[in-house]
Design a protein around this ligand. Structure first.
Ligand code: ATP
Ligand code: MG
Length: 561
C-alpha cells in the first residue's frame, strides 16, 4: 500500500481524552476514530488488525468443531423477556424506540431459539456454534477507547450437550482453543478461575491481561500461576505474634486521637499492635468486625460470612450501639456479636478503643478477654504475601478481561424449552456453555503490551504490514524508480508492504511515522547507500540497524520477521 494514496491519518500530538497507551496509539496511528462516547469507527489500518485477529479466532474455533453463524443484532424483546434478561440487563440494554425490539448485548437467547426443536435427539449433540458479531451494551462509563465500548465485536460461542460430562469436554475444548488464540496473538495472559458449586457444576474462567487500565484487581503468583480476584483471593501471611506476657487490661487517656495512625503516633507503637473495630449492621443487628490495625475489611469476604442484609453502621448510630464515636470503639464490653480476622487469633497486649470517647485500652489478650470471638479470613490480599498454593510471593495488580468461558447449564434451555430425547426417549433440557472473546480488546491489549515511547511494536501475525519501506530523495527520478521497483519486488516475494512514497515529507517525518506505526521491518532506501548497491534495514523491536547488500535484503527481512 502506498502511503501517498492511503488513508492512515497519524497524529503527532497526544490526543487529550486518551490516557492509556493502547487508546493513545490507536488514535495516533489512525487505527480508530471516536464517533461518540464508547462508539468507535475502525479505519483501514485498524480494521486490518481486527480481521487478522478474527481469522485466528475462526481457525481455532473451527479446529474444535465450531460452526460459524451470523445472528441478527436487532432482536424481538419478547424472547429476552422469556429469560427475564430485559430486567437483568436493565439500563445496559439498548431498546429500540416505537418497536418491541432490543439490540443484543450477547446471544444466548437467540442461539437457544435456533437450537429449539432442531437439536431433538442425543444423536444431534454435541454442537458448538459461534459467531463474530457486534454487541451493544449501554456501558455507564465507556472508557479506555475500545476496551470498554458501547458497541463492540465479540466472538461468542455456545455449546449444546446431552450430559454434564460432555459439557466438561466442550468447556475443555474452549479452554484449549482460547489458550491457542491468545498465544498466537502474542499476548501474555493468565487465567482466573471462579467456581460456584451451588449451580450444578457451574464453573467459569476468565482470561486476563495485566494492565493499569483494568477494572479488576487480581492477585497473581508468577511461580505456580495461581490467580484470583482480590475480592476472594487468599494468602499466606504471618499472624500477629504474641508480644511477651499478657498484661492486664488498662485504660489510656488519648485526647483527640481518632485514627489508628494517630494512636500509633501518640503511643509510639506499630499498627500491628492495634486492633481496629468496624461496626456493621447485619440483618438489623450490630456486629463488630475486628481487624489488625494495618488491614482493611474486605466486604466481599465479609458478605460471605454475614449473608443477608449487611451495611456499615452510620456514624450517628455508633454512639447508641457502643457508647463512643468512630475513633474510640473497641471489642471489650461490646454487647453483640464480634467477628475478627484470622490474623488476630493469637493477639495479646493489643491496643483498641475503650467505647468511651478520648479513651483507648491496652493489654487486650483476645483468647483470655474475648473467648467468644469468631475468626474468619476477612482481609484483602496485598502484594508480597505468600501464595496460598505454593507460598511464593503474590503480586496484586489491575487487569483487563479478554475472554470468558462459562458452564451455563440449563438456565436458557429451561426458560426457552430447548429439550432433547435421550436413549430411552425421555426429554431433558439441553446443557449449554457460553464462551466470549472481546475482539477489539485483543487488539488493545496487544498494544498495551507491545509499544515503546515512539509507538507500536508489531510482530507477526497481527502486524498490519510486514515492511515499512521508506524511500528518500524521491524528487530524483532514478530514486523514484528504485523505490517503485523495490516495492513491487517485495510484494512479489509475498511480503505485505507499506510504502512511504510521499515526495514532500522530510526524512525525519517519515522515520517518526514508521516508528509510530511500528511495522516489524523498516527499509530505508536512500541515495548514498543505493549508489553503493546497499540498503538500510531496521528491526523495529530491537532498534537494531544494518546496512546490507541489495541481494541480501530478502534473507535479512526473513530473519527479522
Ligand atoms: P466486563 O467485566 O469487562 O464488563 P463482561 O463480564 O461483561 O466483561 P462478557 O459478558 O463475559 O463480559 O463478554 C465476553 C467478552 O466480551 C469479555 O471477556 C470482553 O473481552 C468483551 N467485552 C465485554 N464488554 C465489553 C465492552 N463494553 N467493550 C469491549 N469488549 C467487551
Ligand atoms: Mg460487563
Amino acid at each position: 500500500m502506498r502511503l501517498s494514496k492511503s488513508f492512515i491519518p497519524t497524529l503527532k500530538e497526544l490526543p487529550s481524552d486518551a490516557v492509556i497507551p493502547s487508546h493513545i496509539l490507536m488514535l495516533r496511528t489512525g487505527m480508530v476514530r471516536m464517533l461518540s462516547a464508547g462508539i468507535y469507527s475502525f479505519l483501514p489500518l485498524g480494521y486490518k488488525v481486527i480481521k487478522k485477529i478474527a481469522d485466528i479466532i475462526r481457525e481455532e474455533m473451527d479446529a474444535i468443531g465450531g460452526q460459524e453463524f451470523h445472528l441478527p443484532a436487532l432482536n424481538p424483546k419478547e424472547i429476552w423477556e422469556e429469560t427475564n434478561r430485559v430486567e437483568a440487563f436493565g439500563d445496559t440494554m439498548f431498546h429500540v424506540k416505537n418497536r418491541d425490539y432490543v439490540l443484543a448485548p450477547t446471544h444466548e437467547e437467540i442461539m437457544a431459539f435456533h437450537a429449539k426443536g432442531v437439536l431433538k435427539s442425543y444423536k444431534d449433540l454435541p454442537q458448538i456454534w459461534y459467531q463474530i458479531q457486534t454487541k451493544f451494551r449501554n456501558e455507564p462509563r465507556p472508557r479506555s477507547g475500545v476496551i470498554r465500548g458501547r458497541q463492540f465485536l465479540m466472538k461468542d460461542s455456545y455449546s449444546f450437550d446431552s450430559t454434564w460430562e460432555n459439557l466438561d469436554k466442550s468447556y475443555e475444548l474452549h479452554d484449549q482453543a482460547y489458550r491457542k488464540i491468545f498465544d498466537r496473538c502474542g499476548l501474555k495472559y493468565f487465567v482466573v478461575g471462579a467456581s460456584s458449586g451451588a449451580m450444578g457444576g457451574s464453573k467459569s474462567e476468565e482470561f486476563m491481561v495485566r494492565s493499569e487500565a483494568g477494572e479488576d484487581t487480581v492477585a497473581f503468583c508468577e511461580s505456580c500461576g495461581y490467580a484470583a480476584n482480590v475480592e476472594v483471593a487468599a494468602s499466606v501471611i504471618a499472624s500477629i505474634t504474641r508480644h511477651g506476657n499478657s498484661k492486664s487490661v488498662y485504660e489510656i487517656h488519648t485526647p483527640d486521637v481518632k485514627s489508628i495512625d494517630e494512636l500509633c503516633e501518640f503511643l509510639k507503637i506499630d499498627q500491628r499492635e492495634t486492633a481496629k473495630s468496624r461496626i456493621y449492621i447485619h440483618n438489623e443487628k450490630p456486629v463488630l468486625v475486628l481487624m489488625s490495625g494495618n488491614d482493611d475489611v474486605n466486604e466481599t469476604k465479609l458478605a460471605k460470612v454475614l449473608p443477608g442484609n449487611l451495611r456499615p453502621g452510620h456514624p450517628d448510630e455508633l454512639k447508641t450501639i457502643t457508647g463512643a464515636d468512630a475513633g474510640s470503639i473497641g471489642p471489650l464490653e461490646f454487647k453483640h456479636r464480634i467477628i475478627a480476622d484470622l490474623r488476630l487469633q493469637d493477639g495479646n497486649n493489643l491496643y483498641s478503643g475503650a467505647n468511651k470517647n478520648d479513651y483507648h485500652v491496652g493489654g487486650i489478650d483476645l483468647q483470655r478477654d474475648l473467648p467468644n470471638v469468631e475468626y474468619f479470613d476477612l482481609r484483602t490480599v496485598e502484594s508480597g504475601e505468600g501464595c496460598p498454593q505454593c507460598n511464593s510471593k503474590l503480586e496484586v495488580f489491575k487487569a483487563i478481561e479478554l475472554g470468558h468461558i462459562f458452564k451455563l447449564g440449563t438456565k436458557y434451555s429451561d426458560a426457552l424449552g430447548v429439550n432433547f430425547l435421550d436413549e430411552k426417549g425421555e426429554a431433558h433440557p439441553v446443557i449449554m456453555g457460553s464462551y466470549g472473546i472481546g475482539v477489539e480488546r485483543v487488539a488493545a491489549c496487544y498494544l498495551e503490551q507491545n509499544h515503546d515511547e515512539y509507538g507500536i511494536i508489531w510482530q507477526k501475525p497481527l502486524n498490519p504490514f510486514d515492511i515499512h519501506l521508506i524511500a528518500l530523495n524521491l524528487k530524483n527520478v532514478e530514486m523514484e524508480k528504485a523505490g517503485d521497483d523495490l516495492y513491487e519486488n517485495l510484494q512479489s516475494e509475498g511480503f505485505e508492504v507499506l510504502y512511504d512514497d510521499r515526495k514532500d515529507a522530510t526524512a525525519g517525518f517519515k522515520f517518526n511515522d514508521a516508528d509510530l506505526l511500528g511495522m516489524p521491518v523498516q527499509i530505508i532506501l536512500g541515495e548514498k547507500n543505493y549508489k553503493n548497491g546497499k540498503i538500510e534495514l531496521k528491526n523495529r523491536r530491537t532498534g537494531e540497524k544494518q546496512i546490507v547488500e541489495f541481494n541480501k535484503i530478502i534473507e535479512t527481512i526473513k530473519k527479522i520477521l
